[in-house]
Design a protein around this ligand. Sequence first.
Ligand SMILES: NC(=O)c1ccc[n+]([C@@H]2O[C@H](COP(=O)([O-])OP(=O)(O)OC[C@H]3O[C@@H](n4cnc5c(N)ncnc54)[C@H](OP(=O)(O)O)[C@@H]3O)[C@@H](O)[C@H]2O)c1
Length: 392
Amino acid sequence: MLETFKYLIGSAGPSGFGSKSTADQVTDHCPDLRSITAIITGATSGIGAETAKVLAKRGARLVLPARDLKAAEDTKARIVSEFPQSEVIIMALDLSSLDSVRRFAFEFESLNLPLNLLINNAGKFSYNHGITEDGIEMSFATNYLGHFLLTKLLLSSMIKTAKTTGFQGRIVNVSSNIHTWISGDFISYLCSITKNKCEYDGTRAYALSKLANVLHTKELAYRLQEMDANVTVNCVHPGVARTRLTRDREGFITDLVFFLASKFLKTIPQAAATTCYVATHPRLVNVSGKYFSDCNEALTSKLGSNTTEAASDGKNKSDACRIGNVIGVGIALGSVGGGMNGKSDGSNVDSSGGGRKTCDDSCSGAGIRKRGGSDLDSFGGGGRLVVTLLVL
Ligand SMILES: NC(=O)c1ccc[n+]([C@@H]2O[C@H](COP(=O)([O-])OP(=O)(O)OC[C@H]3O[C@@H](n4cnc5c(N)ncnc54)[C@H](OP(=O)(O)O)[C@@H]3O)[C@@H](O)[C@H]2O)c1
């Protein structure tokens, strides 16, 4: 109750910022970013577009990968018209395609640019069941797997940049409080939705992808520390804001729900604040593996802080193997911190070796069937929809 009250009035936490702080305010005293190169995914709309605008204002050189190049050019035009000194590079990237991620990483490397900041912001809330060209459930593929591979392929550039410039690199994964909705055997659930064996629940699939963002953050932070790399990684819940994330469900009911929940909604500049704070604030030097909400450190779910779920070499090795089997591309949550051991050409996102080949799991093997346009979703009940929006 007290927390809700504090949220509603925007009371500042230990960082000095709170739910009503904007991206502009939290970067007001950040260091000059003119020597910083940042990649921001999903900058064609919503929170990513605001993040890009504010970092450009502070002087950062931006690389904006997008699947819709026209929309990205529009974003660039808006930024340049407001801040004529800004340098914005547009590149093609569809995070739901592992090939596209590899192509982007290759093209980025060929530009020979430094890389200080990677903001994994793009997101998809897939209401209907969809399977990508790689045979993976759409929300998981876009929100987690694409970003996982992107991070893995760019990590050596970030580590090198940090070494040569002396500036600590930062990775920010945009997760969500909805990750707390996942409990129990989430790997079985991933198995089910990947193979389309159960009734697809878009909200749960989205929540699972956001839990994966949290686990990725924890494990990667651990591995970066082990490597003594001068790069940190943290994840954020931006808060709930009306963006194009709900674009598949636009209509009267969604309008009504947003109206009813309006007291709890953030504006887009407020929703971009936590990302910008974590990406730039000097107070967060050497802070890694943490989860932030309303510009302050926050608690993840129990599952989100379970490091053995994130690690492939702990007790849960068989679970990690099962995920690898489920999505069939040689990836496990356990290898989320990968990039250090995997193939350097990015031809495989696996970094946990051949262990999973020995896994005996009922989920392994083929059987992925496309069922585009399914009406199965979780937005049948108004109450559920309100709750979903509040934790989105
Ligand atoms: N809004 C909220 O209430 C809320 C709450 C918690 C967390 N989040 C998270 O915040 C992040 C930003 O979301 P938003 O609210 O700003 O939503 P948004 O307005 O829909 O923006 C999402 C961005 O992701 C991009 N994207 C989607 N699929 C992609 C793909 N396959 N490849 C490359 N880019 C892709 C979109 O590009 P296109 O223009 O090409 O679609 C768009 O630029 C997401 O990670 C979301 O999960 C949002």
